[in-house]
Design a protein around this ligand. Structure first.
Ligand code: NAP
Length: 287
């Protein structure tokens, strides 16, 4: 692309940012949609997030993504916040508004679009959610608002799962999230579950790890969705498949959180054809 005086800039605030796939998502979309826009990663040192957001506003950056470890911390530096992002307590997308930025959470909607595109249903489902960190909190909220029957939230640290369950149940007004220690997974009621893997266990380079390795657990899973996409097939996914279930990785979630952010910045709707073209390019990275 040719950069000139009218080129608009978007970017990513995080630490680290070296391995991000977001520039590929947004620069591919800009190219396909014919937008004069460039997307670059910005490494933000600990303690300097406020300066980074103020600097971005001063430089009139069109929009920003926010990643680990700043998704909650950034809220204090916003002019406005979308209601959903406020409920989840995490922001991954900043959109310019008068005097600064408005914060959104596109991770949750991104996961929903990814699941829809794979034909995975949440409404009426019995769900097992592994993890109670930032991503799992958004997933718990998604499952609760999209009508899951029950969500068993299993975490190594039970106290964290209890806190998230209390918050989400309070917000949606029903006791849908049930916290449980991962070590107690054999106490899960019999049945077939949709399992969403939201811990960081199994992430490259620790590709032989899974939060649970017990076969009896995987016998209960009809569909497994791992938020991790590197490696392409996690140990969790392999165990789900070995017991007859369907398994998906988190690359489509990454794709759609980016697509939704791009739509917010540019006030456009990205077609499925363009989203698929970006996905194909992302997937080639793993081949
Ligand atoms: P986080 O806030 O740091 O939470 C980490 C979670 O993993 C916690 O539940 C933690 O349990 C658990 N955990 C970590 N090490 C563990 C171990 N050795 N044994 C058992 N449990 C362990 O991280 P996050 O932001 O939620 O991200 C979680 C994962 O989701 C990451 O792998 C990330 O790459 C992925 N993710 C993907 C997308 C996407 O677009 N596809 C988006 C966001 C996140 P404790 O509470 O007990 O510490």
């Amino acid at each position: 692309m040719e950069i000139d005086g009218k080129t608009r800039t978007c970017g990513l605030l995080g630490n680290p940012v070296e391995h991000t796939l977001s520039p590929m998502i947004h620069n591919t979309l800009a190219e396909r949609l014919g937008h004069d826009l460039v997307y670059v990663p910005f490494l933000v040192e600990k303690g300097r997030l406020g300066e980074a957001v103020a600097g971005a506003a001063a430089l009139q950056l069109l929009g920003l993504n926010v990643t680990v470890p700043y998704k909650s911390e950034v809220i204090a530096h916003l002019r406005e916040i979308d209601g959903l992002a406020e409920d989840i307590g995490a922001v991954n997308t900043l959109v310019r508004c008068a005097g600064g930025y408005k914060g959104y959470n596109t991770d949750m909607e991104g996961l929903y679009r990814a699941m829809e595109s794979e034909g995975i249903r949440i409404r009426g489902e019995s769900v097992i959610l592994l993890g109670a960190g930032g991503a799992a909190r958004a997933v718990a909220y998604l499952c609760a608002v999209k009508g899951a029957d029950k969500v068993w939230m299993l975490n190594r640290t039970l106290e964290k799962a209890r806190t998230v369950a209390e918050e989400v149940n309070g917000k949606v007004g029903r006791a849908v999230i049930c916290p449980m220690s991962t070590a107690d997974h054999r106490m899960l009621p019999e049945g077939k579950y949709l399992a969403i893997q939201g811990t960081s266990v199994g992430l490259a380079p620790n590709t032989e790890d899974a939060a649970i390795t017990d076969d009896t657990f995987y016998e209960k899973i009809h569909t497994g969705f791992d938020l991790i996409y590197s490696p392409w097939e996690t140990k969790f996914m392999r165990l789900v498949k070995a017991h007859g279930g369907e398994a998906y990785n988190g690359l489509k979630m990454l794709l759609y959180q980016g697509v939704i952010a791009y739509e917010l910045w540019n006030d456009v709707r990205v077609s499925e054809e363009d989203a698929q073209a970006v996905y194909d390019r992302l997937r080639d990275r793993f081949r």
